[in-house]
Design a protein around this ligand. Structure first.
Ligand code: ZN
Length: 44
C-alpha cells in the first residue's frame, strides 16, 4: 500500500499505515493514497 505524509508530501510504501512520518516525524499526518483498486471497491 502507498501512504503519503500530508505535511511534507513524503511517500511511504508499507503494509500498514505508519503512525508517524519517517521523514518529518509528524504524528497522524500520514494518509493512505487511494489506488485504482480502491475506486473499484467503492463502486461495488
Ligand atoms: Zn512528513
Amino acid at each position: 500500500m502507498s501512504f503519503e505524509c500530508t505535511k511534507c508530501r513524503y511517500k511511504i510504501q508499507k503494509d500498514k499505515i505508519p503512525r508517524r512520518c519517517p521523514y518529518c516525524s509528524a504524528e497522524g499526518a500520514v494518509r493512505k493514497i487511494p489506488t485504482a483498486q480502491d475506486w473499484i471497491d467503492e463502486l461495488e
